[in-house]
Design a binder for this molecule. Structure first.
Ligand code: AMP
Length: 463
C-alpha cells in the first residue's frame, strides 16, 4: 500500500539544511545566516534556525526569504554553540508557518530540533499508524512523523533510536538533528539527497551543499555516506554506518538543475558536470551557428561548454531579471507563461539576423522553452536551434525534486519531434542519458528515475 503523496499536481519539498557545532557561541547565529543564505536557491518559502542556549532549545522560523526571516534582531537574540537551520521550498497550499522548519519537540528525554530535506514515500502510512495510537500532529510535515518515531523509540538513547527509525522510513532524506549536547546528521540508504561535513577552526558544520560550508568560513571535509549517521559533540566526530544495504544513488537532477554550480556533491563539482554536459551536447549534436547563448542561470555552464567545444561565440542572448521569482511554481499555466516574460528578456541587438543556439538545462512542461523560442524569433533571429543539457523528463520524482504529474510532462505526451514543433524551434536536441552520466565524470551510482523510470525503491503509481 502506497501513500498518496501525489494527490494533486502538488509540488514537493525541496529544502536546504545546515547544522553547526562550535565553541564560539557568539558567532553561531550569524554563521547560520550565512549558511542558509548560501542555500536560498533550495527553498524560498520559509526559513528558520534553532539554537541550543545552555541546554534549552530556542528557535525562530517564518515564511519568507532568509534575509527577511533571520534579521539582525534574531541574530542578536539567539546565541549558543549548537544550531540547526532550514530553508523550505513547498506547495502554496502547505506554505504555512506551522510547516516551516526546524521542528522543535519536547519529550521524556529532553528536547530535539530537526530539519529535513527530501520526501518520504511511506510518511502517510506511518502517520496513520501513529494517529491510530493516539498521537496528535501539529503539522503536515514528514519531519514530525520522524520526530515522533525517534521520541517513541528513544528510551534515553537517541542515536540507537535514529538508527532504528532509519530502517523504517522509506524515501529520500538528509536530516540534521540537534539534541541538548550534540549535532547529528543522517542520510538515506541511497544518498538521494545531499549532505556534507565541513570544519571551521572553532567547530564542525553539516550542510546540504558545500557552498554553504564555504559561506560559513569552513572547509569541506567529506560527504556523508548513504545510510550513515554522523554525531558531533564535545568528544569530536563519530560515524555509524547503517546495518541495512546502502548503495549510492545520488540524484542526477542536483547536477542538472538544482544545486549551486560552486557546490561539489559526492565528489562531483556541479559547474564542471554542467560544462561537460554542454561539451558532450556539442559532440552529440553539433550545429553551425553565429551565436550560442543560455537560459540563465542553470543553462549557462552547459552553453559555455557547447560554445567552447565548437568554437562558436558565446553571448548573453537572454537577460535575467535578478529580482524575478521562480516561474516553475506558479499555480496555473497562464501565470507560468506570463512569469517567463517577466523573468527573461531577449537582447535583440545580439540575436537579430543570426542563426542562434539556445541552451537550457532541462525541459519539464515545455512552458519556458515555448515562450523563449517565440521571443527570440520575434527579436529577429534567423534560425533558433535548441539544445537541452539533459534527456526529456519522463517520470515524476517522489524523492523531493519538484516534478509534476506524468501527464503534465511534455516528455511523456510528445515525441522529440512533436516537442520541436510545439516550441516552434528549427531543431531540438536532448543530451543522451549516457552523455549526461558521462558529464559527471563519475561511475558512482545515480538515481535517474525522472529520466528513465528506474526508481531505486518502490514508489506510488500515479499518472
Ligand atoms: P518547464 O518550463 O516546465 O519546461 O521547466 C523547465 C525550466 O524550469 C528550465 O528552465 C529549468 O531550468 C527549470 N526547472 C527544471 N526543473 C525544475 C525544478 N524542479 N524546479 C524549478 N525549476 C525547474
Amino acid at each position: 500500500m502506497y501513500d498518496n503523496i501525489f494527490e494533486e499536481d502538488k509540488l514537493h519539498d525541496e529544502c536546504g539544511v545546515v547544522g553547526i557545532f562550535t565553541d564560539n557561541p557568539e558567532l553561531t547565529s550569524q554563521l547560520m545566516y550565512y549558511g542558509l543564505f548560501a542555500l536560498q536557491h533550495r527553498g524560498q518559502e520559509s526559513a528558520g534556525i534553532a539554537i541550543n542556549t545552555g541546554g534549552k532549545i530556542e528557535y525562530y522560523k517564518n515564511k519568507g526569504l532568509v534575509a527577511d526571516v533571520i534579521t539582525n534582531d534574531v541574530i542578536e537574540r539567539l546565541s549558543g554553540g549548537l544550531a540547526i537551520g532550514h530553508v523550505r521550498y513547498s506547495t502554496a497550499v502547505s506554505n504555512t508557518i506551522e510547516n516551516a522548519q526546524p521542528l522543535v519537540v519536547k519529550f521524556k528525554s529532553g528536547s530535539i530540533a530537526l530539519a529535513h530535506n527530501g520526501n518520504l514515500v511511506n510518511a502517510d502510512s506511518l502517520r496513520s499508524m501513529l494517529e491510530n495510537d493516539g498521537v496528535i500532529f501539529q503539522t503536515l510535515l514528514d519531519t514530525e512523523v520522524v520526530a515522533n518515531m525517534i521520541a517513541r523509540n528513544a528510551n534515553g538513547d537517541i542515536i540507537k533510536s535514529i538508527k532504528n527509525v532509519m530502517d523504517i522510513i522509506k524515501g529520500a532524506f538528509a536530516f540534521v538533528v540537534m539534541t541538548g549536547k550534540e549535532l547529528i546528521g543522517f542520510r538515506d540508504h541511497f544518498g538521494l539527497r545531499p549532505l556534507c561535513l565541513g570544519k571551521r577552526p572553532d567547530g564542525y558544520i553539516l550542510a546540504s551543499e558545500s557552498c554553504a560550508i564555504s559561506a560559513m568560513g569552513g572547509e569541506f571535509i567529506r560527504d556523508i555516506e548513504p545510510g550513515e549517521i554522523i554525531i558531533i559533540n564535545e568528544n569530536g566526530i563519530e560515524s555509524i554506518k547503517s546495518s541495512k544495504y546502502a548503495k549510492q544513488k545520488s540524484c542526477i537532477f542536483e547536477y542538472v538543475y538544482f544545486a549551486r554550480p560552486d557546490s561539489t556533491i559526492d565528489g562531483i563539482n556541479v559547474y564542471e558536470a554542467r560544462f561537460n554536459a554542454g561539451r558532450l551536447l556539442a559532440q552529440e549534436s553539433p550545429t553551425k551557428a553565429d551565436l550560442v547563448f543560455a537560459v540563465p542561470d542553470s543553462g549557462t555552464p552547459a552553453a559555455m561548454g557547447y560554445a567552447h567545444e565548437l568554437g562558436i561565440p558565446f553571448g548573453l542572448g537572454l537577460i535575467k531579471n535578478r529580482y524575478a521569482k521562480r516561474t516553475f511554481i506558479e499555480p496555473t499555466q497562464e501565470l507560468r507563461e506570463e512569469g517567463v516574460k517577466t523573468k527573461l528578456s531577449v537582447l535583440k541587438e545580439l540575436v537579430k539576423d543570426k542563426t542562434v543556439i539556445m541552451i537550457d538545462d532541462s525541459i519539464v512542461r515545455g512552458t519556458t522553452m515555448r515562450q523563449l523560442a517565440e521571443m527570440v524569433r520575434k527579436a529577429g533571429a534567423k534560425e533558433v536551434h535548441i539544445k537541452i543539457a539533459s534527456p526529456p523528463v519522463t517520470h515524476s520524482c517522489f524523492f523531493g525534486i519538484d516534478t509534476p504529474f506524468r501527464h503534465y510532462l511534455i516528455g511523456v505526451t510528445k515525441t522529440v519531434d512533436e516537442i520541436k514543433d510545439y516550441i516552434k524551434a528549427d531543431s531540438l536536441y536532448f543530451l543522451s542519458l549516457e552523455g549526461l552520466q558521462k558529464s559527471t565524470g563519475s561511475d558512482r551510482g545515480f538515481c535517474l528515475a525522472c529520466l528513465n523510470g528506474d526508481y531505486p525503491m518502490e514508489v506510488p503509481k500515479f499518472d
